[in-house]
Design a protein. Sequence first.
Lengths: 335, 335
Amino acid sequence: MPLPEKALIAEIRRLAKASASGGIRGSKRFVFTGIGDDCAVLRLPPQQECLITTDFSLEGIHFRRDWHSPESVGHRCLARGLSDIAAMGGKPVAAFLSLALPADLPQLWVRRFANGLISLARKYGVTLAGGDTAESPGGILADIIVVGAAPKGKSVLRSTARPGDRIFVSGELGGSAAAVERMQSETKKDKAKRQKLDQRSYPRHFYPEPRIELGCILREKGWVSAMIDTSDGLSIDLAHLCEESGVGAEVDAALIPRARVGKPSTEVDLGLALHGGEDYELLFTAPPGKRIPSQIAAIPLTQIGRITRGSKIVLHTQPNVFQELEPGGWQHFRR
Amino acid sequence: MPLPEKALIAEIRRLAKASASGGIRGSKRFVFTGIGDDCAVLRLPPQQECLITTDFSLEGIHFRRDWHSPESVGHRCLARGLSDIAAMGGKPVAAFLSLALPADLPQLWVRRFANGLISLARKYGVTLAGGDTAESPGGILADIIVVGAAPKGKSVLRSTARPGDRIFVSGELGGSAAAVERMQSETKKDKAKRQKLDQRSYPRHFYPEPRIELGCILREKGWVSAMIDTSDGLSIDLAHLCEESGVGAEVDAALIPRARVGKPSTEVDLGLALHGGEDYELLFTAPPGKRIPSQIAAIPLTQIGRITRGSKIVLHTQPNVFQELEPGGWQHFRR
């Protein structure tokens, strides 16, 4: 059934209303005018600075309709933006969705996508405050904009790591990329032999949880000197952090927390943990003298290395054996 | 020459830097951290509210590479967002660009697109503060996010027109749609007989000027009760304003300012002035007792009708002859 733009807008209004009424830490009071005007009007609390991030979710690049349920696509779309807010130690306030859909897309797909997105928005008290809709020239195209807030001057940047700081990562790495690897190998098989991946065995890929609470606690306690989320993969994101801070790093391969995936669960290869993207964990540095707990808000924190002078990023694979860590790159679903 | 994502990001950084240093009413002091972190950090002046708008510019839907120069695509991309800020009576502060490009797009196209966008950003003192980049699964895909500011509680909404208010429009209407009509008719001809449209004869289509200054003056003087920009066309945008305000309207066809286009210039048909979109003029209502000048900032203002009770929008075509004005719809380049 084709989806006229008017029906789509009505759908998005409906879901925006649903999102506005939900959320434990509801942000509705900050959104003065939402969908239905030329702009949304936000009023942030005084003494807060405004955090803004935008992230594409493009069919064939960031997701595939034969791999991801509509709910997962909606969840992941918003999670990408929320994770950027988490990486600044901020709290999300409002989201904006630009959504272009092929004319022949079933309305049910949109409703299920919306439900996935809205469920996550409600959980974090985020109001869907606006966006744009269009017919797509090909494939489903979404761009999510998330606005967050942090106390003035307290947002945690990438550029403030210093030599001697310890490097930590939250949760486990490589779980999301392991799901992609599995789906790619299934896709190569004959259609009859293909097995559909069980989404519940790979939650970090299909329903990543942005580390909002962890990011806020780390900022409030003053335990972090710099932070980034692992959206592109440890090797690339650590390189970003080091480049922006003008420092180098040493990482101990044995310390990297590798995800356990599948049923029965097995530990992912080091390569996936180093280079696989879209885990949406927090990678942060702690200044000397700050004791970091082994977990915060039930999320394990692991020290994996140390910031150094210079600009090289070195991976220790065995005692006294090391190599330069090349940014491996997360290429999404390109082959 | 293919465009690796890294080169693209470098290009956007370069242009963002260029935009940050420009602008008479430079907004750089409001942008604390821009491109290069998980989020941009903005600090709006106290007592201001934050305006946010997002607008797609998709190849084949909003522009065509054989019709529009890269500079025009870049200019129109940002102009769409700036016009939404103008329609709230706001001042633009920062822009964010999500840009997905086909792997085989020449880097020159990106540079020229960026130059068109940046020139407009500099003119209005807008900092390009972030965004996202990706490989496109097909066609050039841009989403522009513009953040603006207005004094708290003073943003001009669509929903506040009242019966008895007069309806005004800035500039002329139908000029942008006339260009599309001409290009469509040329495209149908044999390739040898086609004439390339002279962009200078249709400036309102290729280089629309957002009515930022006009919108601010109208708000500051208290001359407007409600406002919207004519991005979808007079008939649709007036319907939006009336629907949000819960009112009807009467419009006098003879009063609608029709654009003069081409060389030698001719006046566009009433249909284009009524239903043609993308003129980015301001459509606003003035409360009784407010005298509206015939022009502001060298832009003519024309009274075209009046807000009424009820919900009908009526078009007077001759004395005592009228018909219901159906929203005509601006379908961009779809046929």
